[in-house]
Design a protein around this ligand. Structure first.
Ligand code: FAD
Ligand code: SF4
Ligand code: SF4
Ligand code: SF4
Length: 431
């Protein structure tokens, strides 16, 4: 496939990792908004056709490179914990348990690393920062559910590593996987803290939220990440008749039917097989677990994947910065089983659809797969404004809610199959 076709595919699938922006040797890549989607744009007066962006783009890799097993999607596990920050302030203002923030502050304080990469919202734009300041780390708390392009500051990261600095990268699974490929040789200077990731959302979904919850004629100025209590809320700041106002959208209202059915997701996320950040040292997600139902203070699940990661968690717990309680594979399946189903069963199906492979028809042997395929077709059609208008209507919402309920029932059947399979497997590296 020629370079122009590959670049076109990158733009269609882009999941917003930002790597190509930071990696391109001639700065030939920038961002643009097309049809409600923020994506990459190539400047051919600068492009030297070196192919580096194509070789490292995780969205393209998702399309062509991946087949996965359940075991690979679960990844290597040293230990699993329920956990939260012992600092109530950090815990409250975090996305879930404040574990990520507490861990990276501990790493900076103990000089385990010199800098950390975090991403914070500035106005309507996610902004990555490489920092050693507590105030930056604390102000970046929370989860940004849109494309953040955090790795666009790759050159800064590389510069620091070459100067001998040790860095902790906080990022989504695709960012960590892609970054590990381009930072070979610096492994001993890096810690990777991954965030469990369902998917990010396209920017048209923000417009959908604004239209749904803000008064008419409101002019949005800033949006915060999801944070503050559990499950938390997303604050939107806006101007109305020359007055500044804010509105808090609770997470269950924000993460409604469109994100739940992956309809507001970039196409590249629909192909993702690594929602649990298999390449990280430590991974953190929400404890979506019956044990913590009704809890209004956040609790996270953390997976220590490497010995380096495990030692860090254990030290932070010993120093009373983190509360930890050992959990297991069963808890991981309860919280993230649907993510594993996405990676193992649905992503390969969508890969075939988007590669226009007719063999996709052979796979349609179960009702859930047919639904997933139809939903993927809807997602591809959402680049058209008229189609987007249709999903904004309340009758479409009702139909989608029913589909979502039905699909969940089908997914539970798969979850039991998967649990039975994994019970007979060894996953821990130490076992
Ligand atoms: C896009 C996205 C999807 C997610 N999907 C799920 C899910 O399906 N299930 C689940 O259990 N958990 C999911 N999470 C993880 C969850 O929301 C929390 O981030 C995680 O539990 C850590 O919480 P914490 O309280 O320890 O983090 P905090 O202490 O609040 O720190 C969060 C850190 O994450 C960084 N960050 C936030 N957003 C981004 C971003 N977009 N890109 C890079 N870095 C970022 C911030 O800089 C900050 O350092 C998702 C997170 C994101 C960003
Ligand atoms: S997914 Fe990352 S590497 Fe690929 S086009 Fe988007 S920003 Fe670039
Ligand atoms: S092919 Fe090379 S020069 Fe061209 S945009 Fe990609 S990385 Fe940049
Ligand atoms: S779903 Fe996968 S590809 Fe999409 S943002 Fe999350 S980790 Fe990246």
């Amino acid at each position: 496939m020629n370079l122009l076709t590959q670049h076109k595919r990158m733009a269609e699938l882009c999941v917003g990792c930002g790597l190509c922006l930071g990696f391109c040797p001639t700065d030939a890549i920038n961002l643009k908004v097309i049809r409600g989607v923020v994506t990459v744009n190539f400047d051919y007066s600068r492009c030297t056709r070196c192919n580096l962006c194509i070789k490292t783009c995780p969205a393209l890799y998702n399309l062509y490179g991946r087949k996965t097993t359940i075991k690979a999607s679960v990844g290597k596990i040293e230990k699993v914990f329920f956990s939260y920050s012992a600092d109530n302030n950090i815990r409250y203002h975090a996305a879930s348990g404040g574990v990520v923030t507490s861990l990276i502050l501990y790493m900076l304080k103990q000089k385990i690393v010199d800098k950390v990469l975090v991403t914070k919202m500035e106005g309507l734009t996610p902004t990555p920062i490489l920092t050693n300041k507590k105030s930056d780390v604390v102000s970046a708390q929370g989860s940004i559910y849109f494309k953040a392009f955090s790795l666009r500051i790759l050159k800064k990261i590389l510069y620091s590593l070459k100067k001998g600095k040790r860095i902790c990268i906080v990022g989504l699974p695709c960012q960590i996987l892609a970054l590990k490929k381009v930072l070979r040789g610096f492994e001993d200077k890096l810690y990777f803290v991954g965030l469990i990731c369902g998917h990010v959302n396209e920017i048209w979904f923000l417009q959908h939220i604004i239209k749904k919850y803000l008064p008419e004629n409101a002019e949005p100025i800033a949006i915060g990440p999801r944070k503050d209590g559990w499950p938390g809320e997303i604050r939107i700041f806006f101007k109305l008749n020359n007055n500044f106002k804010e509105l808090a959208v609770p997470l269950p209202k924000f993460w409604g039917i469109l994100p739940s059915l992956n309809i507001s997701s970039p196409l590249g996320c629909l192909l993702c097989t690594d929602h649990l950040a298999s390449a990280a040292d430590i991974v953190a997600g929400d404890a979506w677990h019956p044990k913590f139902t009704g809890n209004t203070s956040g609790v996270s699940i953390i997976v220590a994947r490497t010995l380096k990661g495990l030692r860090l968690v254990e030290k932070a717990a010993k120093n009373e910065l983190l509360y930890t309680e050992e959990a297991g594979l069963r808890d991981l399946l309860i919280a993230y089983g649907f993510h594993l189903i996405e990676g193992k069963w649905y992503a390969p199906l969508r890969q075939k659809l988007l590669q226009h492979s007719i063999t996709v028809l052979r796979e349609l042997d179960e009702i859930d797969k047919i639904i997933v395929l139809l939903l993927t077709i809807i997602t591809t059609l959402l680049k058209f404004k008229t189609t987007r208008r249709l999903v904004h209507t309340s009758s479409a919402e009702k139909i989608l809610k029913y589909i979502s309920w039905f699909l969940s029932r089908q997914k539970y059947k798969k979850l039991f199959q998967m649990a039975a399979f994994l019970n007979g497997q060894t996953i821990s590296s130490s076992s």
